[in-house]
Design a protein. Structure first.
Lengths: 111, 111
């Protein structure tokens, strides 16, 4: 969930999981370690297509992960290590977050 | 398209437009003026539900705008001032961007 960009257009019917979080600023090192570990673990999951992340000094970040289908997005949600990381996030790293799961209808890239 | 956060959960069936852009760093002042103007103009459009934006020093930013239905998302895409801003973006502000239009299937907020 660190600086990473994915310039691909994902197919119609793929799933985008939009995670928007206000960071607390607490335990920044622990967050950084876990975020890198989660990035690597997500990339190993069946159906993983890619991830975009942006975040700034104001502590607000958006991560969009892309999945081949809803089953793979749900399997990642239910992954035990990912669950544990989310619990740590609620305990320490985030003050608020929203998640929207959405099905891609169309995409464009420039150039 | 500036620092703005929307902590609401949007309804199933609403549309999320995910705009992920690498900024060129050129004409930063012109970008800032246009981004504020586009934020204000978007908020006046029928069907506008809200917007999240995150971006950092690396120049990569993600803006997610939420719309009541696909018709309102398309009307914003076709808005003449918005079109002109996108043209300026391709000319000066961005080196690359992707747009995914996706239909929300479920959402969660914490806390």
């Amino acid at each position: 969930m660190h600086a990473s960009t994915d310039s691909r257009i994902h197919a119609t019917g793929a799933i985008a999981v939009i995670f928007a979080a206000q960071h607390s600023g607490q335990d920044a090192q622990g967050y950084a370690v876990a975020a890198s570990a989660m990035d690597a673990l997500a990339a190993q999951q069946p159906g993983y297509l890619g991830m975009d992340h942006a975040g700034g000094a104001d502590g607000f970040g958006i991560t969009v992960s892309y999945w081949a289908d809803d089953a793979s997005a749900k399997a990642w949600r239910d992954n035990p290590e990912h669950r544990a990381a989310r619990e740590a996030g609620r305990d320490r790293w985030y003050t608020h977050y929203t998640i929207h799961v959405a099905r891609i209808e169309r995409g464009y890239a420039w150039p």
